[in-house]
Ligand binder design. Sequence first.
Ligand code: B12
Ligand code: SF4
Length: 473
Amino acid sequence: MSRLCEDAVTARRILLADPPYRVSYKRYVIPNMGLAYLAATLRQAGHEVAGFSATLHADPSAAFAGAVREFAPDLVGFSAPTCKIVQAARLAAIARHERPEVKTVVGGWHLTATPKEAMRENAAFDFGLAGEAEDTLPALADALAGGDLAGIGGLLWREDDRLHVNDPAPLPDVASLPWPAWDLFDLDKSRPMYRAGGLDYPILAKRGCPFDCLFCKQDGLKTVRYRDLDDLLAEIHAGTERFGADGLQFFDETLALSERRTRMFCERFLADGLDRKLRWNIATRADVVKPDLLKLMARAGCRVVQMGIESGNQAVLDGNRKGVTLAQCRDAVRWCREAGLEPDLSFVFGLPFDDRHTVQESARFSRELDPDFVAYFTFIPYPGTPAGDLARQGQANLRLLHRDYENYEQQYSLPCELRDVPAWRLTVLRYVSYARFYFRPGKFARLRTMLDLRALPRILIDLVGNLIATGRK
Ligand code: B12
Ligand code: SF4
């Protein structure tokens, strides 16, 4: 628990909670970078902060009720992508039940993408705070005892029956942010990616993505903001040492975006001898990597390169404004291999403009590229994205089946299907593609490093449930 700072306006007790998933990630922590950053700025502002990671608990509701009783917070904050908004609201109701005077606030991707809807549908939240909240959450904590709510950018709050919606806040200055407060979020209980033991320290080198994919995010988050290289390296040194990590997991969605910065980073890594201590993995795009850069990254300790290929059909990629060609994907995978890096590619079945032929092309393309790892997802029409709007309007060959957000978890339930490929077929294609890819010599061992075997029974029950539900439709 953090120490109270003497210069705080009024020190508050704030509990930051990462709600549970319905199916995925059981009994280990998926580090929540957003919450760890928020905890750090709240602490810096003099508040007392505690963290709650629901996935660690067999009965998250009971454990959360216990945490509220024990910590007695003034404010509880919930972080929610779309698939967790329902669970977040359940926990908020529990917080109110345990401690009627507590205030609740929700933030994260769902609230940011669809702020008014999220607040109207979830009465258990007193406040919503859209966008990156390192500056605004401390401001809300300070304003709890009757301060000026109207001046807090991105804030949504209720007054009688009215929902107030403030203008967005300016983006926080990434150069001046404190390092994430991982000590509050059980980092030691997270699992490293792509290997059985060890610990990956989660790290973010920049914020924002300038691209325009139809199924992804909205305009406000396009501005790319890089961290200072010295500060990034200092965090890597201190963070890996403090937590005993032997790897890094970059949370940037497009790491090698700037070739110059990536080169500078790798050279610093080599100069500091970090290449011998840490292995690291990145996510990037096929159109930004170059052969020489990949070789330098491999020398500096990079191992796995994740790339969202999405489709094996150029027209589908173009329709989804991916901005990448199939030829670039082939080159990028070949260059990774030549550099000694392991490509991990993801594909999405049932995208806007997909049809029964193109989904098969995607499955074939994944086998042609033959990466070390592959993930097959089914399309989720996240609200607030252009692709989500197309699904709701029944365009681009899509048919929306439900908006039960708890089942918007990426892989185990289908809220959307293609007009010529029913949901059950997309699900079957996904599992058959996995089987055809991984049940081969040399590939099965790779699968085991990726899969949480404890989730398997649940996955199978869901698969059967999906097939039955779709069949009845
Ligand atoms: C790395 C990553 C992952 C990693 C780690 C996820 C994690 N624990 O956060 C892995 C691979 C495990 C993953 C899994 C999933 N991810 Co992901 N992921 C990302 C990625 C690329 C970066 C996330 C990140 O760390 N950003 C940096 C931090 C600083 O920003 P942030 O998390 O947004 O937090 C800020 C604000 O949102 C806000 N905020 C966040 N929480 C709260 C809480 C309160 C109280 C307040 C006031 C504010 C607030 O303030 C934070 C600080 O600025 C994003 C895309 C992106 N650019 O953000 C997708 C993204 C968040 N993921 C997405 C999805 C769908 C998922 C999954 C649901 C997939 C699945 N399994 O089905 C899960 C859910 C993960 C979760 N958060 O619970 C979507 C969410 C879309 C949506 N509407 O729900 C995104 C936006 C990708 C996309 N464009 O589609 N993901
Ligand atoms: S899918 Fe990836 S590249 Fe496309 S906009 Fe989203 S984060 Fe950027």
